[in-house]
Write a protein that binds this ligand. Structure first.
Ligand SMILES: C[S@@+](CC[C@H](N)C(=O)[O-])C[C@H]1O[C@@H](n2cnc3c(N)ncnc32)[C@H](O)[C@@H]1O
Length: 242
């Protein structure tokens, strides 16, 4: 079964929606900074489409792609204020035959790729869909971020119990993450959810080389969480111009 299949219906309530609140200040600051008024956004690995609401409020119509048909089904079930489309597609290999003012890929999505060549393909596809002069934004966990990632366990409003634990392998620079949750659904029945995800880090040198190869010439990285230097950051936020 594709990753996120079991999690999809509960993704927003189990805590994963919170990431967008941490991401939004970066995107909002970026939108305030640029001198053009973009109107189209491609959210690559869009999940349940949480970001689209905020982008709509800033006047951007959104297209989202994700490889999980269940995540896309949840996104499609939501209502939006501006034209919004969702498609099932793999970020390494898709062609919507359309380009966008801004493309983006968020919340560890790129860390789900398992090799340097997969990352190169994902950057190439992002570039294919970005207008000349347009922007590609993404976040990515660094090696430190994945190594020091904390397992957690919490419970809220008596409706669910969720735990995440994982093991980091310093040889392959991957972390295998097991998500387990008991959730009480809308009919009052308790469901058990189990997902196994593998996340990987990429060297900064390779990321920069691959972005340049994909046609992004001006690239700026910052630390996502705080004022850490880029070398110490757990997660990077990148702004790339084509
Ligand atoms: C942690 S979720 C992030 C979802 C969304 N961007 C957010 O911020 O909530 C990671 C997403 O990446 C998607 N994903 C992983 N590998 C993918 C691939 N090769 N192509 C497209 N989507 C992928 C998963 O299906 C999942 O929805």
């Amino acid at each position: 079964m594709t990753a996120y299949s079991q999690l999809a219906p509960y993704y927003d309530i189990l805590g994963w929606a919170d990431f967008t609140s941490r991401l939004w200040p970066h995107i909002s600051k970026f939108l305030n900074l640029i001198d053009t008024k973009p109107s189209s956004f491609l959210d690559i690995a869009c999940g349940t489409g949480i970001l689209a609401h905020l982008l709509n409020e800033r006047g951007l119509s959104v297209t989202g792609i994700d490889q999980s048909s269940r995540m896309i089904a949840v996104a499609k079930s939501k209502s939006f204020t501006l034209p919004t489309k969702f498609h099932v597609a793999d970020m390494r290999d898709f062609d919507l035959r359309e380009t966008f003012h801004i493309t983006g890929c968020f919340y560890d999505a790129l860390n789900h790729l398992s090799s340097d060549s997969d990352l190169q393909q994902a950057f190439d596809c992002a570039s294919l869909h970005t207008n000349d002069g347009g922007y590609y934004l993404f976040d990515i966990l660094t090696e430190r971020g994945l190594r020091e990632w904390e397992p957690y366990f919490y419970m809220e409003r008596n409706r669910y119990i969720v735990s995440q634990r994982g093991k980091y392998d310093s040889r392959t620079k991957t972390r295998t993450i097991r998500i387990e949750a008991f959730v009480r659904d809308s009919r009052g029945e308790t469901e058990f959810i189990e997902e196994l995800l593998v996340e990987r880090t990429f060297s900064m040198a390779f990321i920069q080389k691959a972005l340049a190869h994909a046609g992004f010439s001006r690239i700026a990285f910052s630390s996502f969480e705080n004022d850490d230097s880029i070398d110490n950051a757990s997660r990077l936020f990148a702004i790339c111009r084509k």
